[in-house]
Design a binder for this molecule. Structure first.
Ligand SMILES: NC(=O)c1ccc[n+]([C@@H]2O[C@H](COP(=O)([O-])OP(=O)(O)OC[C@H]3O[C@@H](n4cnc5c(N)ncnc54)[C@H](OP(=O)(O)O)[C@@H]3O)[C@@H](O)[C@H]2O)c1
Length: 197
């Protein structure tokens, strides 16, 4: 059976590379796009887009001028996945998010502190996203990122479950990593950090 993958945030810095990588591999996709009138905060839109899909990938980002969306978006995605019987969910977040077992270096903690000072509401909403996932029955992976560089550079990422091992991640390498998770059970219900260098 040919898989169909739902993508949320496919027009963003990370998402453009993700959609292109999926297309290059000939994977069928269904995209939830604001330019098509979709809104991840409207449950019906998420339910519609996920129809016929076998997994969901999200590179959703915070829209300007709106209240933080991550908790609402995640609740809608998990509910629609359950309604459709979809198990696999792979999403990205920032390195400020705390997970039990973390051993963040001073450098990572400083970067997280700066992000929290600059975007307190967004980081709170992203932490609530993690909490929703942790409580859910879905086979989720929440990938924690440093700065995204929009470059068509691939290659293995440095992956750690306890600390971020680099300053940036290349968007094409991140896309490869996200797609590889579709067939990899290692990070199910985990929140690994990834970095290119
Ligand atoms: N950029 C970084 O350096 C960086 C670093 C660490 C972590 N992260 C995290 O990684 C994620 C992706 O980052 P990014 O920089 O690629 O994000 P981005 O460029 O801001 O893209 C955000 C995406 O989400 C979509 N979106 C926003 N609100 C939506 C809504 N209500 N319904 C449906 N789609 C919506 C946007 O659609 P439109 O095109 O219509 O706006 C866009 O496709 C974010 O959660 C971010 O916090 C980013």
């Amino acid at each position: 059976m040919q898989h169909t993958i739902a993508v949320i945030g496919g027009t963003g810095k990370a998402g453009q590379f993700l959609v292109k990588s999926l297309e290059d591999r000939g994977v069928n996709t269904r995209l939830l796009l604001r330019k098509n009138g979709h809104d991840v905060c409207r449950y019906e839109d998420v339910y519609d887009v996920l129809t016929g899909c076998t997994a969901v990938l999200s590179t959703l980002g915070q829209p300007k001028g709106a209240p933080p969306i991550f908790e609402k978006a995640t609740a809608n995605i998990l509910r629609a996945m359950e309604a459709h019987g979809i198990r696999r969910y792979i999403a990205v977040t920032g390195l400020s998010i705390n997970v039990p077992g973390d051993k963040k270096s001073l450098y990572t903690r400083m970067r997280a502190k700066m992000m929290k000072a600059m975007f307190p509401g967004i980081i709170r909403s992203k932490q609530l996203e993690y909490r929703l996932l942790a409580k859910s029955n879905a086979d989720w992976t929440l990938i924690r990122l440093p700065f995204i560089v929009q470059a068509n550079i691939t290659g293995a990422l440095k992956v750690s479950e306890t600390d971020c091992l680099g300053k940036k991640v290349y968007a094409a390498a991140l896309a490869d990593f996200m797609i590889a998770q579709l067939d990899d059970k290692r990070y199910i219900k985990r929140a690994p950090f990834v970095a290119s260098e």
